[in-house]
Design a protein around this ligand. Structure first.
Ligand code: HEC
Length: 228
C-alpha cells in the first residue's frame, strides 16, 4: 500500500535524521572533550559593586568613641566575646589558639603576637593600619574578610553596632586600659553637620562676616612654625 510505504519513508527519514544528530553530537563531544568543570557550579566574576552605589552603601558614621566607650556595657561585651572564644583567648599571657591571644589588643600593633603565624594579608595590612585603633577594630569586626581581604580569620562579622561597641569596650578593659579613649568628637555625632561649621579652636563666637577678608596677600600658606 502506498500509504504505508509513505509512512515508512517518513519514519525512515526521521530515524536517519536522528542518527545523524546523535552522530554529530558524539563527534562534537569527541572534538571538544568537556570535562567536569574545575569548580563546582559556575564561577561568575562579578565586578566589585558599582563604584558609586557600593561607596555610598559603605558610608557609615563611625562611633564617637569618646562618647560611646565610657557608656558601653562591658558585661554585654563579655557576652559578645563568646563568639570569639572558640579561636581566641583574652587572658594575660594566654596561649594562641586558632587565632592569636587578644590580651591588650586595643591599640596593639597589628599582627604582633609573638609566635603566631599571621596571614600575609594581615601582615600586609599593617602598611595601611599599623595599630588596632578603635576604628580599625570596628571595621575588622564588622566584616573581617571585607576589611582585610585574605585574612584567615574565618568569622562572618558582627552587624549590630552596639554589640561591637560593647565588645571593644570589653577588650579595652582586658589589658588595653592604657590606650587612651579620645575626647568626644562632635563631627561623629549622629546628625552632625560635616566639618563646615566645626569651630577651629576655642568656640569663640564668630561675628558674621561683613568685611572682606583683610590683607589676603600676607598669609598665603599659614604662619611660619614657632621656633620650637
Ligand atoms: C574561627 C576562628 C576565629 C573566630 C571565631 C574569631 N577569630 Fe579573630 N582571628 C582568627 C585568626 C585565625 C586570626 C589571624 C588572622 C590573620 O592572620 O589573617 C584572627 C585575628 C584577629 C585579630 C587580629 C589580632 C592581631 O594580633 O593582630 C583580632 C583583633 C581578632 N581576631 C578579634 C576577634 C574577635 C573580637 C572575635 C569575636 C568577635 C574573633 N576574632 C573571632 C580566628 C578567629
Amino acid at each position: 500500500m502506498s500509504g504505508d510505504l509513505q509512512l515508512n519513508k517518513i519514519f525512515g527519514a526521521g530515524l536517519a535524521a536522528a542518527l545523524v544528530i546523535v552522530g554529530v553530537r558524539v563527534g562534537v563531544d569527541a572534538l571538544y572533550h568537556t570535562d567536569a568543570p574545575e569548580k563546582p557550579g559556575y564561577f561568575v566574576d562579578v565586578p566589585e559593586e558599582a563604584a558609586g552605589g557600593g561607596a555610598t552603601a559603605e558610608v557609615e558614621l563611625l562611633p564617637d568613641w569618646g562618647t560611646v566607650l565610657p557608656a558601653a556595657d562591658q558585661a554585654a561585651g563579655q557576652k559578645a566575646f563568646a563568639k570569639c572564644v572558640s579561636c581566641h583567648n583574652v587572658a594575660s599571657g594566654g596561649a594562641d589558639m586558632t587565632g592569636p591571644g587578644l590580651w591588650g589588643i586595643v591599640g596593639r600593633p597589628l599582627a604582633a603576637h609573638a609566635g603566631f603565624a599571621y596571614s600575609d594579608a594581615m601582615v600586609a595590612h599593617k602598611a595601611e593600619a599599623p595599630n588596632w585603633t578603635y576604628d580599625e577594630l570596628y571595621g575588622f569586626l564588622s566584616s573581617p574578610s571585607k576589611h582585610i581581604k585574605g585574612t584567615k580569620m574565618a568569622f562572618a562579622g558582627i552587624k549590630n553596632k552596639d554589640e561591637k561597641i560593647n565588645l571593644i569596650a570589653y577588650l579595652h578593659a582586658q589589658g588595653s586600659a592604657g590606650y587612651a579613649i579620645p575626647a568626644p568628637d562632635a563631627s561623629r555625632q549622629p546628625g552632625a553637620a560635616p566639618a563646615a561649621d566645626a569651630p577651629a579652636e576655642g568656640a569663640a563666637d564668630v561675628a558674621p562676616v561683613s568685611t572682606p577678608p583683610s590683607n589676603p596677600a600676607t598669609t598665603p600658606a599659614g604662619d611660619p612654625a614657632p621656633a620650637n
